[in-house]
Design a protein around this ligand. Structure first.
Ligand SMILES: [Cu+2]
Length: 131
C-alpha cells in the first residue's frame, strides 16, 4: 500500500520541480520595474520570501548584494541567472543559515534583464535589471 502511494507521489513531485514557480521570460520582464540606485544592493529573506521581486544594478561595474537572512535556522542564498530556465548562472552567492547577513561581491554585468532566485527555494525569485 505504501509503495503504491509513493509511486503516485513521485511524478507529482517531479512535475512540481520541473515547473518551478512557472516564471517565464515574460513574467520576469513584467517584474523588471526597478532601476539601479548605486552599487550596494540590499535584500531581505523572511517567511520563505524575499522583500522584493526586483533588484537592479548599474551596467559594467562591480557591485555588492547584502542579503539579510532573517529566518532562524533556514538557509538562503541569492543567485543570478540569464533567465528563468536557469541554464546560465551569472553569479551564485554562498548559502547562509539565518539569522545572518552576507555581502556578496558581484562582477560587472552587461545591460539586460536577468533573473535572480534563492537556489534553496526557487520560488523566491525576481527580475534582475542591469542598465
Ligand atoms: Cu531560500
Amino acid at each position: 500500500m505504501r509503495r503504491i502511494l509513493l509511486a503516485g507521489l513521485v511524478p507529482a513531485i517531479l512535475l512540481a520541480t520541473a515547473c518551478g514557480s512557472g516564471t517565464s521570460d515574460a513574467d520576469v520582464k513584467a517584474m523588471a520595474t526597478c532601476l539601479p540606485n548605486g552599487t550596494a544592493l540590499k535584500i531581505e529573506a523572511q517567511n520563505l520570501n524575499f522583500d522584493t521581486d526586483c533588484l537592479a544594478a548599474p551596467a559594467g561595474t562591480a557591485f555588492t548584494i547584502t542579503m539579510n537572512n532573517q529566518e532562524n535556522g533556514v538557509p538562503h542564498n541569492v543567485a543570478i541567472y540569464q533567465g528563468p530556465s536557469r541554464s546560465n548562472a551569472l553569479f551564485k552567492g554562498r548559502t547562509i543559515v539565518g539569522v545572518a547577513t552576507v555581502t556578496y561581491r558581484v562582477a560587472a554585468l552587461s545591460p539586460g534583464t536577468y533573473y535572480f532566485q534563492c537556489d534553496v527555494h526557487p520560488q523566491m525569485n525576481g527580475a534582475f535589471v542591469v542598465r
